[in-house]
Design a protein. Sequence first.
Length: 321
Amino acid sequence: MFGLPGPRIFSFRVGETEYGATALPFGGYVKFAGVESELQLEEDDEDKDTPPERKYDTQPRWKKAIIMFAGPFMNMVLPIFLIAIMLMFQGVPDRTNVIGEVVKAGPAAKAGLHAGDKIITVEGKKVKNWAQAVTIIKKKPGKEITIVAERNGKTQIFRPVLDNNKGEGFLGISQRLRTPLPHEALYQGFLTTLTIIKFMAVTLYVVITQKIGLLAKDSAGPVRIVYESAKIIQQNFWSYIWLLALISINIGIVNLLPIPPLDGGRLAILGIEGIKRGPINKKAVFAINAAGMALLLALMVYFVFSDIFKIIQGAPFPGGG
């Protein structure tokens, strides 16, 4: 279903699977037969005709764990493909020292450097890669430097005067981009996604354990995300794809938090049942999930009103301008 659990706007069935949308158009959910038996005391009428062996609540705990982990896992997998597609269209930095673009009226342009020039030395030091050239340049803010570059097979000397960009030298050039092969783009998408997951997980841990006040102050809720997404897609489609990747990763991480009825909460209950080698009292599970649901609904109401207030105030979007 598209949207959070609630009144359905429409639905249709293909085979044994029902698709549709609810009146709460934020995210989505998948419901298995028997999965709600842990959240309520009585079974849904629509699940009564399903054979017991095909219901979620009759499966062994390891299968239940895989089912619960599958959602957050796919939230982590989707960004790999989104980032890979973005890289294939936008390109990735070439490993050579060839200049891709020159900023108009920048130090490099004034000195005569062109796109396509290959940097050989900077300040008499031979550079083997782009990072080495950038490191030398950044250490010379406001100073004249000597660059030897190759153009059409001939070497030329250029002496630009660098701009001072917040204490770092700025030449006004960018690295040449190339189109990666599909497998390379996927690999880079995987590495980028892994880096973001680590950063978000560490940040969330620090906020929860040390700076809980920032969670309410600087977080964005569903209204703000939709509002900012609409603005971003009008400005730059690929920035919107990047935002979708970040949101998907964020949803995956949040869903793994041990708060019932999130997937992480269900996994925590399965873990406790595994340790005690038996099911937890159904009324206790129902009470825990009810408390978790009440907390999530309260947070949603808070974020909706907070989002509206921040939009009216023109507050900057977290992580953006």
